[in-house]
Design a protein around this ligand. Structure first.
Ligand SMILES: Nc1ncnc2c1ncn2[C@@H]1O[C@H](COP(=O)(O)OP(=O)(O)OP(=O)(O)O)[C@@H](O)[C@H]1O
Ligand SMILES: [K+]
Ligand SMILES: [Mg+2]
Length: 678
């Protein structure tokens, strides 16, 4: 079976044995202690089991105590089972992704340049390996030498080859993917067991799973509610005694369990794990549960232009001179500045100059010269020749400043040339020799298809999109208009990107950033949700808290949807659970006091068979509602493109009202069924 088939395969049936074993293991006291609501139910179970023989011995209804004990045990098992089921689904998916990594071999590069054959699991972070055409890449890493086309279907399920290359924003490679052409030297980026996927698997597995901040907040709230109800039930005893009613402990335990929020308490972990699993299924690797959750509340999305909104393969298309400068001189100087420029921009300038018949002898002028590499801070690159000439190319405003600092003037038609090139979205790179600006090179780029629709969808979700680019304002506005972003910032340095994120955050907004370059890394780390492309540089993947295996910036929409779905599902089930408990109160309280206080009969709105059947029906309903809602907790509420507030309000109404009303007919039905057997 090919990797593609593997990834597209429908999920296999569930390992029932594994789920049941997980449910039973979940009964361990140290695990139950993490879930206060279920811990109380577990203690109630023990109490009722303990009271059973005493009740039998005293000639009371021991069968009732035993039945309640068994129902409470089932309640706890349904909760631990829900968690175990969610975990097994997550693990099954991650396992399928990881499978290919199993028996990989590697050619590890030694200090003397030779290679030795090792197994992939012996590779450490920082090791270098050589991979040639036809081989599988043994570990996640960064290409440090070479370029190659790669089949990434093992991780993405997509078999179209992609180009990955050293020194670009596309230098990231994944274990298990196949090199189709050429050869690469790769620097391993993770120790065994610490790869992205390993970390993701740990997040769905019980032992290492941490509660997210909002999960923790909700848990505390549920624990407080449980405490309040515990006090209410315990203080019932002296109050009842005061009016001459003797209360049954089993009845009180049943009342307590029905009142505390067992439904949400039981399903809370499963909801969180299901969110992680949905992210994984979308090929989004989250480094924390928090990242998935935050994605649902994002207000602002920042994107860079080149490679994110556009295809990023900028090609030189024209050498445009300023004033009286001969076109060939612009070409020749641009060629010299690009001889040692490894960026796609630099190489495409060499290509175009060569196509236009540049004299190859010219490169001899650069013998012994010092080259200046492109940096996002200076936005310049170039060469200082031995003859004393300094040649530069770069962003138009950066070149203008460079020339002015040397006492040069700006050609009168400079802005005109730049504007002509920029108007339809091309990037202008100005070329200068010493204090003279010679002209401008046009680099054309193509906007990704379908991106405007994605931005429209984000807008419907209430998310503002801002493009930030190192490019000039005219190019930026042309691309921004076509792509349909809400706002743009041009001539931005990496510091400016970082500052913008901080500004947005300071005004209380949650910011997402999508990027792939090393210069995006600080911004990816600062953003609340940093989504890196798996094709991106190691620095970017390291700084982000989510990585897209498909390297598709549009994937942010899926991340937002998954996050929203998680938040809304959790909200809906919390509402449902609390509303539900109100109804059970009206079943049990009359049952508790019915014999002594006929006046309480007005509360007995359902006219149930007997106090015993009423309590059994309520506890049975309380238990069964947990497995009944597992599919809902795992699948999640469907979220259309709408803001979280709208979704939450709508769900509050549906699940609040539903939760309030459903128990009445359900308990009535169960009561009638139980009455048949008693
Ligand atoms: N190799 C290069 N040599 C000189 N100047 C360059 C080179 N590559 C890009 N530039 C100039 O520097 C500017 C900033 O480039 P950079 O790649 O840092 O942009 P960015 O901040 O990543 O944003 P975007 O990805 O949208 O371009 C470019 O708009 C271009 O004018
Ligand atoms: K309950
Ligand atoms: Mg860039």
């Amino acid at each position: 079976m090919s990797h593609t088939e593997l990834a597209k395969q429908p999920r296999r049936s569930l390992p029932i044995g594994q789920v049941v074993a997980g449910a039973v293991k979940g009964l361990a006291p140290h695990l139950l202690a993490r879930n206060p609501v279920m811990a109380v139910v577990a203690i109630g179970t023990v109490v009722c089991f303990g009271l059973t023989p005493i009740a039998f011995a005293q000639g009371e209804n021991g069968g009732f105590a035993l039945t309640i004990a068994l129902l409470l045990l089932a309640t706890v098992l349904f909760a631990t089972g829900a968690e175990s089921l969610a975990e097994s689904r997550g693990k099954a998916h991650a396992g399928a992704l990881r499978k290919t990594k199993g028996e990989l071999k590697a050619a590890k590069l030694n200090a003397d340049g030779t290679t030795s054959a090792v197994t992939a699991d012996s590779l450490r972070k920082g090791d270098r390996v050589k991979v040639v055409a036809g081989e599988l890449i043994p570990a996640d890493g960064d290409i440090v030498e070479g370029a190659a086309s790669i089949n990434e279907s093992a991780v993405t399920g997509e078999s179209a080859p992609v180009l990955r290359e050293a020194g670009t924003d596309n230098s990231g490679v994944s274990a298990g993917t196949k090199v189709l052409s050429d050869q690469l030297i790769i620097e391993v980026s993770a120790n065994p067991g610490e790869s992205l996927l390993d970390r993701m698997i740990a997040l769905v597995e019980g032992a290492s799973r941490q509660k997210t901040p909002s999960e923790l907040a909700l848990s505390v709230l549920l624990a407080m509610l449980t405490l309040v109800f515990l006090i209410v039930v315990v203080t019932l005893v002296p109050m009842a005694a005061f009016v001459g009613v003797e209360t049954s402990t089993v009845m009180l335990v049943a009342l307590l369990v029905c009142l505390i929020p067992t439904t949400i308490g039981g399903l809370l972990p499963a909801i969180g794990i299901a969110g992680m699993e949905r992210a994984m299924r979308a090929n989004l690797v989250a480094k924390s549960g928090k990242a998935v959750e935050i994605a649902g509340s994002i207000d602002t999305l920042l994107l860079d232009k080149t490679g994110t909104i556009t295809l990023g393969d900028r090609r030189a298309t024209e050498f445009a001179p300023c004033q009286q400068v001969p076109r060939q001189r612009v070409r020749d100087v641009a060629f010299l500045t690009s001889l040692e420029d490894p960026t796609p921009e630099g190489r495409s300038i060499v290509t175009l100059a060569t196509e236009q018949g540049v004299d190859v002898q010219l490169s001899e002028e650069a013998d012994g010269a010092t080259f200046e590499a492109f940096s996002a801070e200076t936005r310049l690159s170039g060469v200082d020749l031995t003859s004393g000439k300094k040649l530069r190319k770069g962003a138009p405003n950066a070149i203008a400043e460079w020339v002015k600092a040397k006492g040069g003037d700006i050609p009168s038609d400079y802005n005109q040339v730049i504007e002509r090139i920029s108007r339809d979205g091309a990037t202008p790179i100005a070329v200068a020799e010493n204090q003279q600006i010679l002209g401008v090179v046009a680099l054309s780029d193509v906007i990704k298809s379908g991106i405007a629709e994605k931005f429209a969808e984000l807008r419907a979700m209430g998310i503002k999109t801002v493009m930030i680019t190192g490019d000039n304002p005219i190019t930026a506005s042309a691309i921004a208009a076509t792509a349909g972003v809400d706002d743009y910032i041009a001539e931005a340095t990496p510091e400016r990107k970082l500052a913008l994120i901080r500004e947005e955050q300071a005004s209380g907004r949650l910011v997402a950033m999508v990027g792939d370059g090393t210069n995006d890394a600080p911004a990816l780390a600062q953003a609340d949700l940093g989504l890196a492309m798996n094709s991106g540089t190691q620095a970017a993947r390291e700084a982000a808290n989510m990585v897209d295996l498909d390297s598709d910036p549009g994937k942010l929409i899926s991340a937002v949807e998954i996050g929203k779905q998680l938040l809304v599902t959790r909200g809906a089930l919390t509402t449902f659970s609390l509303a539900n408990d109100v109804a059970k109160y009206f079943v049990i309280l009359p049952a508790l006091f019915a014999a002594s206080f006929p006046a309480l009969g007005v509360l007995d709105v359902m006219n149930l068979h007997s106090p015993t059947t009423a309590v059994l029906a309520a506890v049975l309903f309380n238990a069964l509602i947990i497995p009944a809602l597992i599919p809902f907790a795992l699948r999640g509420v469907s979220v259309k493109a709408a803001s979280a507030t709208v979704l939450l309000r709508r769900n509050l109404l549906i699940y609040g009202l539903g939760g309030l009303l459903l128990p009445f007919p359900a308990i009535k039905l169960l009561d009638m069924l139980i009455a048949l057997f008693i």
